[in-house]
Design a protein around this ligand. Structure first.
Ligand code: 5GP
Ligand code: MG
Ligand code: MG
Length: 201
């Protein structure tokens, strides 16, 4: 039963809270296995990956947690193509195993930018665990080693992912991932949103 006003802005739920919890467990346990006897740095990509990272890392052994913020989106629903470093990592990644925690990989530009930065700083290994992989959106070739869900090419919100309304980044705190109702988008963006897609999970 819906108790949140925000739920009324959602056209369709793609991944429920329960499905996401299962995905976090699956990915977390896989990471725990793959990084056994290592102490990786979990690099949380702000702000979108915060919820996902917290849920995944509960299943892991010794880790450190760091944060990075890169910008490529400029608040709209289409990518600007430019990636810049907004908030840098606070620790030295030299010789460390780094797991980039992403909310979604779309064009791959942000991921490429971060991977190059980490490699340049001497990281021993760099892998990515993303809640969502929007493979159809790729502009630069980037692989994601750990994936929650393969998401169809649509603009999604929730569980970390936002949509800016009047300069406010909303919907990050929804417990599920869904597609916004057309009327929530600015009219000039409405035609960019595919409402006909079928959920994959
Ligand atoms: P990329 O550099 O891979 O194109 O973009 C990655 C970033 O774009 C994500 O971290 C996210 O902030 C934003 N993004 C891409 N697709 C979506 C989407 O469907 N919904 C939302 N809210 N953000 C998206
Ligand atoms: Mg992101
Ligand atoms: Mg955003």
């Amino acid at each position: 039963m819906s108790v949140f006003k925000m739920d009324n802005d959602i056209e369709r739920v793609l991944y429920s809270q329960e499905a996401i919890a299962e995905a976090a467990k699956r990915v977390g346990q896989q990471l725990a296995h793959d990084y056994e006897n290592k102490t990786p740095i979990i690099l949380v990509v702000l702000k979108g990956a915060a919820l996902w990272a917290v849920d995944v890392m509960r299943y892991m052994e010794y880790t450190e947690v760091e944060f990075i913020n890169v910008s490529s989106y400029n608040g709209g629903i289409t990518s600007s193509g430019e990636v810049s470093l907004v908030t840098d990592i606070q620790s030295d990644v030299n010789n460390r195993d780094v797991i980039i925690m992403e909310d979604i990989v779309d064009t791959g530009r942000s991921l490429k930018f971060m991977k190059e930065l980490l490699v340049q700083r001497g990281a021993n290994s760099v892998k990515t665990a993303s809640l969502l992989d929007k493979k159809e959106g790729r502009v630069v070739e980037e692989d994601v080693e750990y994936i929650g869900f393969d998401v169809p090419k649509a603009f999604v919100v929730g569980y970390g992912l936002d949509y800016s309304v009047n300069g406010k980044e909303l919907y990050r705190n929804l417990p599920y991932v869904g597609i916004l109702k057309k009327e929530v988008y600015a009219p000039e963006h409405a035609n960019l949103v595919d409402h006909e897609i079928t959920p994959t999970h």
